[in-house]
Write a protein that binds this ligand. Structure first.
Ligand SMILES: C[S@@+](CC[C@H](N)C(=O)[O-])C[C@H]1O[C@@H](n2cnc3c(N)ncnc32)[C@H](O)[C@@H]1O
Length: 378
């Protein structure tokens, strides 16, 4: 069973390549909802599509400027130029969406139009393609994350690489969130009072980029540490295992860092599996990019059960996308990537009743994602 939300009809995603019937379905959806689509929103989508078309037309330069003698990166240069106009259109789109936010049929009309006109332009970039086509069966898989962490322009064509890099720019909240998580892990590695191995659990671990960076860093690991990486997707765990091993093998010393992959659904921790079975006393349990897919009730119950599995002084760190931002346009409308965006009050309420806990809420540097921190008294 897959716990993440699937797109409504996976057959239609191949429409972007070969499935004419899939595209026709989208055409019909747009036609049927024409009265619900505002002119302003249609103009934003047509304007964005035209912007990308202009960009595509400009992708026939040489890859270096022979007169300057210096390497010239036309892809990064074009994305830098494009970004300003893209940002303005993004704001316009967000304004239109704020106006229709309370009318689901109008939002559905806007989404169908976006998927018909704009998404097919962008999916020549591997990041958009992976997010929209969902080859792992769910949105936001480990490869989407890896594209964002890697950050290099990938794709088969110049325009594909531009589209990809645009997606990487939009996804910077993932990188900034990971930076905060990595800093929190580094602090636990310094401060933990446990005498033996430090135990850290990552839920929905994906590519475990923060663990890879800890494994690479010369001064982070002074004491034995074990990371239990929990993910429902075996491919994600294999990928993370290879990446962490690669980081460790690049070092001359032999840092005492181990990982233990656990292929289970985090939802099984709600009832069936006691979280203390992952590790008896965790120094830190964290989850970034997962709670956004769960209901309020699930988030609250998980928070309470995970807190109980911490050792005294242990830290729980949980991420969730922030409500009231403009991120729904690229994610939900263009990439068909549904998340629950939450208010500060909502996220803080997960920790209600945890007496004595030290609770705080931070936002990562781009302002799109919250990190709830709950520390158990020592
Ligand atoms: C958006 S990615 C985040 C990955 C990583 N934490 C990061 O921030 O880079 C979500 C990850 O959670 C995993 N996942 C989704 N639902 C899950 C569930 N119910 N149980 C365990 N893992 C899950 C996915 O396979 C995916 O690797």
């Amino acid at each position: 069973m897959n716990d993440l939300r699937r797109g409504p009809d996976r057959r239609r995603y191949s429409a972007l390549d070969t499935n004419v019937e899939g595209m026709a379905q989208l055409e019909r959806a747009v036609e049927a909802s024409r009265g619900k689509l505002s002119r302003e929103y249609r103009d934003v989508i047509d304007g964005t599509t035209a912007l990308l078309e202009r960009c595509r037309a400009k992708t026939r330069w040489p890859t270096s400027d022979p007169t300057s003698g210096q390497a010239h990166d036309p892809i990064a240069h074009t994305v830098a130029l494009l970004w300003h106009e893209w940002r303005a259109l993004w704001s316009d789109a967000a304004e239109c969406l704020a106006e229709i936010g309370s009318k689901p049929d109008h939002v559905a009309a806007a989404k169908a139009y976006t998927e018909l006109r704009l998404t097919p332009e962008l999916v020549s970039g591997p990041l958009w393609r992976q997010a929209y086509c969902k080859p792992q069966g769910y949105p936001g898989d480990y490869l989407v994350m890896e594209h964002i962490y890697d950050g290099s322009p990938r794709g088969d064509t110049s325009f594909g690489r531009i589209a990809h890099l645009l997606g990487v720019h939009i996804g910077q909240f993932v990188v900034k969130r990971k930076d905060l998580v990595r800093e929190a892990i580094a602090a636990v590695l310094v401060r933990s009072r446990s005498c033996g191995t430090i135990n850290i659990v990552s839920l929905g671990a994906g590519p475990a980029q923060e663990v890879v960076e800890i494994a690479r860093s010369e001064d982070a690991v002074m004491r034995p540490v074990e990371f239990v990486l929990v993910d429902q997707d075996p491919d994600a765990l294999r990928f993370a295992g290879r990446a962490v091993s690669g980081a460790l093998s690049g070092r001359r010393d032999n840092p005492p860092l181990k990982i233990e992959p656990r292929q289970i659904s985090v939802l099984r921790l709600l009832k069936e599996i006691d979280p203390t079975r992952l590790v008896p006393e965790a120094d830190m349990i964290y989850s970034a990019g997962l709670f956004d897919y769960f209901s309020d009730r699930t988030c609250r119950t998980l928070t309470q059960r995970l807190y109980a599995a911490l050792r005294p002084g242990g830290l729980l760190l949980l991420g969730n996308m922030k409500a009231g931002t403009d991120m729904a346009w690229p994610l939900e409308l263009i990439a068909d990537w549904s998340l629950t965006y939450r208010s500060a009050e909502n996220v803080l309420s997960w920790a209600d009743g945890l007496d004595g806990a030290e609770i705080s809420l931070r936002t990562e540097a781009t302002g799109y994602d919250y990190l709830l921190s709950v520390r158990k008294p020592a």
